[in-house]
Design a protein around this ligand. Structure first.
Ligand code: URA
Length: 217
């Protein structure tokens, strides 16, 4: 795995698990088919969810095994909420749901205003009690960081207090924007790539994640 830059903020975790790194390499490969890419996105997202939920609080509950009564650990509090940044975030949310099937799911849609270049919200649907849940915001590519930062700002306005952000790949530029705008939000990525190019694509990257997930190009 490429080492994360030395100045990587403490709030950022680069997931170095060998299976994650291996699957990411397969996803990057230009000849991976749509079906293969989608399947890999699902698998890698499940593994990311495992890392993201490492520190969830537990409580004990009395249960009956076939042999006897015991005090058994169980997740405390409300089910977590995964918020997908449309549309490519759905490819990550699906895999996370394989691991936490009872999670609630929210969606946020943003487009970039061609004049101001600022992200504009066109869709938002969240569980009403989002403020009482751990919210994992997902988007495969953290490129400029503007959509991710805007999504987190909007979620805070909606009452979310416990937020995490997860992506497959990050550009250093986007990481800087996101961590400076939201220094309180832990960020998880599988790689911090070299740079953004002049079209705001991540290099070396994996191309357009939405198109590769859905076969639209
Ligand atoms: N979005 C993508 O899908 N790919 C990039 O490289 C950057 C943004």
């Amino acid at each position: 795995m490429a080492e994360p830059p030395a100045q990587t903020p403490k709030q950022v975790t680069v997931i170095g698990h060998p299976l994650v790194q291996h699957k990411l390499t397969l996803m990057r490969h230009k000849d991976s088919s749509t079906g293969k890419f989608r399947q890999l996105a699902r698998e890698i997202s499940l593994l990311m969810a495992y890392e993201l939920t490492r520190d969830l609080p537990l409580e004990t509950r009395e249960i009956e095994t076939p042999m006897e009564t015991m005090q058994a650990p169980i997740l405390a509090g409300k089910k977590l909420c995964i918020v997908s940044i449309l549309r490519a975030g759905d490819g990550i949310a699906e895999g996370m749901l394989d691991l936490v099937p009872s999670a609630r799911v929210g969606h946020i849609g943003l487009y970039r205003d061609p004049k101001t270049l600022e992200p504009v919200e066109y869709y938002l649907k969240l569980p009403e009690d989002v403020g009482e849940r751990l919210v994992i915001v997902v988007d495969p590519m953290l490129a400029t960081g503007h959509s991710a930062a805007a999504a987190l700002t909007r979620l805070k306005q909606a009452g979310a207090t416990q937020l995490r952000f997860a992506c497959l790949l990050a550009a250093p530029e986007g990481m800087k924007v996101l961590t400076e705008t939201h220094p309180d939000v832990p960020v998880f990525t599988c790689s911090i790539d070299r740079e953004l190019d002049s079209h705001a694509y991540i290099r070396p990257g994996l191309g357009d994640a939405g198109d590769r997930l859905y076969g639209t190009k």
